[in-house]
Structures are given as C-alpha cells and as structure tokens.
Design a protein around this ligand. Structure first.
Ligand code: F6R
Length: 609
C-alpha cells in the first residue's frame, strides 16, 4: 500500500527521494510524487505510473531542495491520476503533505472546509488533511499538524513540509507504520526500513498518537497532546545487500531460492538435537500460557492464512488441541467466542495488515495471550501482542509471499512442538525424531530447488492453459490453496484450490481438456485417496500435473509431468510440496513477461481495511 519517504539534510534530497520511492515500489502503487522546499516555495512533481516515469518527469523538469517528501499511492479514494497523486498542497501552495491510510470522516471535513473557503482540487480523502494544516497554521508546522490530526478519524501516517516553516519534516502516526532513520547530518522518514538501509542502520519507530519533527540533526517526538516522548535509536541487523536481487531476474526468484536458509534461521538456537526440546523463550510468551491454554486460534489473511491452516494440522496432530483458523477480516465482524484459556496467534509477514492487527487487538482483550508470528519484530502487531515469534526471514520484496510463508510454517512447526512438549502430549523419542527431520528439511528443500529448470520447462509448455484446479488433502490442502493463489496473483491465470475430497461436490463438473489439475500427492496418510482423485480427473480427459515423492511410479503414471520431492515425515511435506508450485507460478508469470515482483492491483502490506 502507499509508501512515504522523507529526507532533510544539507544535500539535494531529490535523488534520495526517488531512490527511496524505488525501494518502496514493492509495497504496491499506481502513482507517485515528490515535493521539496527549494528556497522560494514548494516544488512538486507527480505522475500516474511508475517511479521511472517520475524520474523522467524530474529529469525533464528538474527541481532541487534539501528538505522533501515523496509518496507512492495505492488508490483508495479517487482513481489513479496525476491530480490524485500525492504530495497534495494547500490553497496557498506553501504546504505539501503525503498520507498513508484512510480518513474516515473526510466527507464531513471536506464540506466544512469548503464552506470556509478552501478550494479542493483532488478526489482524495488526503486533501482534507493539508487544508486542515493550512487552517491551523500560525507559524509552526508542528502545531498546525497537531491541531489537524485531532480532527481526523481513521488511520494515517502523514508527513508534511512548509516553505513558511522550512528545514524540517513533520510527521504524525495513527495506524500505518512510520520509521525514522538517523544519518550523518541528515534524517530520513519512511514507511518501512528498506529505503533506509542504504543510508543508516540507526532507526526509531514512531508509535501511534505521536508527532515527530525531523531536522538534519535528528528528530524529536511528542504525543498528539504535546507531551515530549523520549526515544532511543535502535540498530538494525538487516544488511543493505539483503534488499538487492543478487543476480536473479526478480526478487521473487531470489526469495524462492533463499527458503532453505529461512528454515535454517528460524530453527537456529530454538531446538535441541540432543533431546528434541524446542525453546521459544525468545518470544517473551510466559511458559504458563501453553499449560493454561485449551484452545488455539490462528488469525491471518491471504498466504499467511494458508500457513495458519498448515499450523492447525500440525497443532492438532502434535498437541491434540482444538484449533480454529480465521480470516482476520471475518473474525472482526463476528461475535467470536474466546476466553482466557484461548491462545491466539496473529500470523503476518509484515506485521502491519490492518485486519489482522485489528483482530489481534480485539483478541488481546479476551484471550489468555496473543502472539505475533511475523517477519517484522518492530511492527504494529509485534507491539500489540504479548510476545513475538520472529521469522528471521530477511526482507521479502516480491509482493507474492514465498520465503515468509515457509518461515511461517517453520515457526508454527516449532510452536506446535513446544506446545505439545509443554502439555506432555509428545514423548522425548518422538520429539527428537521430529526435530531431527525438521533439521533435514532445508537440505531437502535445496534438492527440490535444484530441479527448478524442469519446472520452468513445464511452466512454459503450459502457458496456453487458462484454467487450473489445485488439489490436495489434509496438510497439503492448504498447499493446494497456496499454489492456486500464487498462480493467480502473479500470472493472472484462473486457478482454484480445493480439498481433494471436495472435488466430487462441484469442481469435477469443470474437468475437461481445457482444465489442468495440479495434484499434490506425497505418499502420506491420504495418498490413496489423492490417487483416486487423479484417476477421476484422468477419466474425464483432464490434464494432470503432480507433485509426488521421488520414485512414485503410481503418481507419475497418471500425470503428464511430475515434480518430485524427497521423502519426509507426513507433517513436514508442505515445506517441500509448496516449492514446485511457487516455481511453476513464478515461471508462468516470468515467461509471459509480467511484472512478477509487483503484480497489478496488489500491495505488499495491506494497511487499510
Ligand atoms: C500473497 C500475499 C498476501 C499476504 C496477505 C497478508 O502472496 O502475500 O496474500 O499473505 O496480504 O499479508 P501479511 O502476511 O503481511 O499479513
């Protein structure tokens, strides 16, 4: 979703603003713009389109300035257009402002401001904020923004500059994230840390209800009420090289190939290969929380929801505990029943998804404890929860989640093992066998990834296929859902994921030579039933691709192509079965020449409801 960047220092900020926006592109956007203070007033350039279009616009019509803000817009109120692109300016053209979020009471504010004489030039909700700042401006931008945000309802991260109070950026946060980076004689603002890594690793995160004033020397913070807030800078452990493609054509490809390391890193220092014990002390969750809970609720959206489904099967089998997996957006609208014996996990790579965050906050008021399973230990969810299960997956830039999905499954496998051990549901011998197999998973993943070329060839052969049915059962049913989601979101191909047992209840009517079935069929407890599904598809003339164990003659006899994986424990097959499906989706999209890392209409971090 929208991205904000800001920079104030002694140098011309325009190149840094453009580069910062480029690094925020992965969040998803349809238009972009920058505004700088240039001595005379506010210089502004905006485009509908990509950052390269904005850079071209700046090359043709240069602006410079040592203090500026920039924005990538993902349209909510008002279509994507140059007029609706941020930064927006006030009537006098002396204030420029960027916003991430939604102003829910913008309509009534707009009517009021129009009655007071303010002239609106866009269809956005954001424009009311800059007019409010103008209305309250008495010489201090900070005070004007403070007065303005008090009138806003909804979620916002806002940054503004003014030629009438120059040399500073003033930012406010109530919802969407904002992080400040401290350089040498220059200070940065960003929606996330990826643009900051190339300038500094010293950062401070804004909290909800805070205003920050950035100057070249640093930043000071205060509440919306005006009380000063003391904040220490934190040092990031991410390296700048982690947000580069390192020779891969796309970030998604690089991230698919990093997945074995993600599992290694998620397991690191959390398991004992001596006795199979799992340690989740780093989560900060009280050990009693496991013993006192008799139910687990997993809350997530999208791919993270699919990881949650895998987590459910792991927890049910290992810990023998009832588990519900809930779409965050649905749970929020329901009269959901949970009590002090319920343990809640919010699963989100970004830690910022608006629905998951809101659901997690609701759950916190009712449940025994709430744990954020996230790749961002400083995210809003991490801060809102009782504990954090950090994925340690490193930055994921491709919009389609891959390595964070695998990291989430690894984290949930650890959680399930720790939970079972705390409840005495798993003996030492079984724990040890499972942990040892989990440790072998990264090596097996590398073996599957080594076969990527065959999957690329198959994806190219199937480029003309317009309809896919992904089938899986039990713990690979979520993988069928995830395979279908990956294919549709990046290659824009129609794909449906189904539980194999549901096929006869409807989808079988779709089977003909135009529909390809991708069957996930490892030799597990539902293997024979999956073979029956494959036979049913074959009998109706459907084409079949299969993901099966090495040397599985039965599965490969029925399929036109078989993507093989090494054998592993039933419960850990998803770590391997998902890889061919990710690669198939990736190569289908890449072969079509699509924008794999930034698929149309999608955002990396969905910070509005
Ligand atoms: C799909 C994808 C999305 C996210 C969903 C939740 O590839 O990435 O479906 O999984 O938007 O995002 P997080 O995990 O950040 O809460």
């Amino acid at each position: 979703m929208c991205g904000i960047i800001g920079c104030v220092g002694a140098r011309d900020t325009v190149p840094d603003l453009i580069e910062g926006l480029r690094r925020l592109e992965y969040r998803g956007y349809d238009s972009a713009g920058i505004a700088v203070l240039n001595g005379d007033g506010v210089g502004r350039r905006r485009v509908k389109g990509k950052i390269r279009d904005l850079a071209e616009e700046v090359r043709r019509h240069p602006i410079t300035g040592t203090c500026g803000i920039g924005h990538t817009r993902w349209a909510t109120h008002g279509r994507p257009s140059e007029d609706n692109a941020h930064p927006h300016t006030d009537c006098g053209g002396t204030i420029a402002l960027v916003h991430n979020g939604i102003v829910e009471n913008y309509w009534s504010l707009k009517e009021k401001l129009k009655a007071e004489g303010h002239v609106f030039r866009t269809e956005t909700d954001t424009e009311v904020i800059v007019h409010l700042v103008e209305k309250h401006f008495r010489g201090s931008l900070e005070e004007a923004l403070r007065a303005a945000v008090r009138e806003l309802e909804g979620a916002f991260a806002v940054a503004c500059v003014s030629s009438r109070d120059p040399g500073k950026i003033v930012a406010a946060r109530n919802g969407p994230p904002a992080v400040i980076g401290f350089g040498e004689g220059e200070t940065f603002l960003s929606s996330d840390i990826t643009p900051l890594l190339h300038h500094t690793r010293r950062v401070a995160y804004m909290d909800d209800g805070e205003i920050a004033v950035l100057t070249p020397d640093g930043a000071r913070f205060a509440t919306f009420a005006g009380a000063p807030v003391a904040k220490d800078a934190e040092t990031l452990d991410w390296e700048p090289a982690m947000v580069e493609k390192r020779g891969f054509a796309h970030f998604m490809a690089k991230e698919i190939f990093e997945q074995a390391d993600v599992v290694r890193d998620t397991l690191k220092s959390r398991v004992s290969l001596e006795n199979g014990r799992v340690f989740l002390d780093d989560t900060g969750l009280a050990p009693d929380a496991f013993r006192e809970a008799d139910r687990v609720v997993l809350i997530a959206c999208g791919t993270s929801y699919h990881a949650g489904l895998v987590g459910k099967y792991l927890l049910e089998t290992l810990a023998r505990v009832p588990v519900d997996v809930e779409y965050a957006s649905e749970l929020r609208s329901r009269d959901f029943v949970m009590d002090r014996r319920t343990l809640v996990l919010g699963i989100s790579q970004s830690g910022e998804t608006a629905d998951t965050l809101a659901a997690l906050r609701l759950a916190r008021a009712k449940a025994r404890a709430v744990l954020a399973v996230t790749n961002n230990a400083n995210s809003s969810m991490a801060r809102a929860a009782d504990g954090v299960l950090d994925l340690h997956a490193g930055p994921e830039i491709g919009v389609a989640a891959t390595k964070t999905f695998v990291g989430q499954m690894a984290a949930l496998a650890l959680f399930a093992l720790a939970f079972s051990q705390a409840r005495g549901a798993l003996n030492e011998a079984d724990s040890l066998a499972l942990v040892q197999e989990l440790q072998r998973i990264p090596l097996k993943m590398d073996r599957v990834l080594a076969g990527a070329a065959a999957i690329e060839r198959a994806a190219r052969r199937y480029l003309a296929c317009e309809h896919y049915l992904f089938l899986g059962r039990w713990i690979n049913f979520p993988i069928a859902l995830e395979g279908a989601l990956k294919l549709k979101e990046i290659s824009y191909t129609h794909a449906e994921g189904y539980a194999g047992g549901e096929m006869k209840h409807g989808p079988i009517a779709l089977i003909d030579e135009g529909m390809t079935t991708l069957a996930v069929v490892p030799r597990d407890r539902v293997y024979e039933k999956m073979l029956s599904n494959i036979a049913e598809v074959q009998a109706r003339g459907g084409r079949i691709l299969a993901v099966a164990f090495d040397g599985d003659a039965k599965a490969s006899a029925a399929a036109e192509e078989t993507f093989t994986i090494p054998e592993t424990h039933d419960l850990f097959t998803p770590f391997l079965t998902v890889l061919p499906l990710q690669l198939f989706a990736y190569h289908s999209a890449a072969a079509k020449g699509l924008d794999v890392d930034q698929p149309r209409n999608l955002a990396k971090s969905v910070t509005v409801e």
